[in-house]
Design a protein around this ligand. Structure first.
Ligand code: PLP
Length: 380
């Protein structure tokens, strides 16, 4: 029997491709976005304690209440913004499930969803499988600045949703308050839903402030925030995240969530809830990663790669245009095979494979790995 694929354009993700190549050539793997050091022993112990204390059956559909309470407190503390723990916060199987769920709950066939490129790779397939149409807006290296007139020109009566992501993977750029105000102005008096992917909210550098949608009153009323504990607590393999939204949006979200996963890993939720009682567990992340970014950049400052320091996320984009004019995917593969260092070419996140001659390196790595990586990069 033959079936027509619902996602004919989707192949193996670049992360799998580059990690497999890194393994084959025994290369340093700075491609995929995950730490190569352990998650906190205290957090591991709290999850173990949760298992030993009986948190081994289904969690409530919306998530463990202790966790939703501590998430709600975080929004009060950081943004002076209220999300009701029972009605406006849902714990998810990572941000990926939250994103898929939001799109599934609202996007109908022929609805348009505006996506800024380069974009994280799970956005477009979620739209496509639900019959929606991705309307892309291509941003360019090195600043990835949004032209708001272009955004205005893409909004139509069919626009159902706009997906945004700051701090931004893969570019390491952030949106300013002025950007958020533009978005607020453009969507005012419309029915457009904003999906704000804020998984790197706690990884922002140089004293910059994260501009969450919840800081902008009108925007908050139409927005979902998606978040990931995997990013915040160095354990991407646990796949626990959450989303927040006003009640009228969240109640629709839960109709899908209930039959998609129903509920999420219970002991991890309880352990994270106990761990987060101390706000330093997430507030200390900026300086932890800024030290890694600064170490990496100072060590490669004499190399032939050009860069603008990452403003957020744990990714640094390096421009290799002074070294070669090879297509970025070919160059990333060659670096892995010949120089034993793996990265991610940005063209895979772009419209029609647009090539700005830049590669993304993940610096969520031990200092030892970063030192080794920079030694290689300086020899190129
Ligand atoms: C921008 C962005 N959104 C969402 C995700 C997915 O997060 P999770 O692992 O919690 O599903 C990632 C992971 O790399 C990401 O970079």
């Amino acid at each position: 029997m033959q079936h027509q694929s619902k996602l004919p354009n989707v192949g193996t993700t670049i992360f799998t491709v580059m990690s497999a190549l890194a393994n084959e050539y025994n290369a340093l793997n700075l491609s995929q976005g995950f730490p190569n050091y352990p998650s906190s022993q205290k957090l591991n112990d709290l999850v173990t304690a949760a298992m030993n204390n009986g948190y081994n059956q289904y969690a409530p559909m919306a998530g463990n209440l202790d966790l939703r309470l501590v998430i709600s407190n975080k929004y009060e503390l950081l943004y002076n913004s209220t999300y009701h723990p029972e009605k406006e916060i849902t714990v998810t199987a990572g941000a990926t499930q939250a994103i898929y769920n939001i799109v599934s709950a609202f996007v109908r066939p022929n609805d348009e969803v505006i996506i800024f490129k380069p974009a994280y790779d799970c956005y477009e397939p979620a739209v496509e499988i639900n019959g929606g149409k991705a309307i892309t807006i291509q941003l360019s290296a090195p600043d990835y600045k949004v032209n708001w007139e272009e955004v205005a020109s893409k909004i139509t009566s069919k626009t159902k949703m706009i997906m945004i992501n700051s701090p931004h993977n893969p570019s390491g750029t952030i949106w300013s308050a002025a950007d958020m105000l533009q978005l607020q102005k453009l969507t005012k008096d419309t029915n457009i839903i904003v999906l704000s992917d804020e998984v790197y909210e706690h990884i922002i550098f140089d004293e910059e402030q994260h501009q969450s949608v919840c800081l902008f009153k009108d925007l908050k009323q139409r927005s979902f925030i998606t978040a990931s504990f995997g990013k915040t607590f160095h354990n991407t393999g646990w796949k626990v995240g959450y989303c927040c939204a006003p009640e009228y949006l969240m109640s629709e979200f839960r109709k899908v969530h209930q039959f998609n996963v129903f509920s999420v890993n219970h002991p991890a939720q309880k352990g994270i809830a106990d761990y987060m009682q101390d706000a330093e567990t997430y507030l200390g992340l900026n300086s932890f990663f800024q030290q890694k970014r600064d170490l990496f950049l100072s060590l490669i400052s004499e190399s032939r790669f050009k860069f603008k320091p990452s403003k957020g996320t744990y990714f640094q984009v390096l421009d290799y245009s002074e070294i070669t004019d090879e297509y970025d995917l070919d160059y990333a593969k060659r670096l892995t095979k010949e120089f034993n260092i793996a990265s991610i070419p940005l063209s895979v996140f772009n419209e029609k494979g647009k090539d700005d001659k830049v590669l993304r390196f993940c610096f969520a790595k031990t200092d030892e790995t970063l030192i080794k990586a920079s030694e290689i990069l300086c020899k190129i």
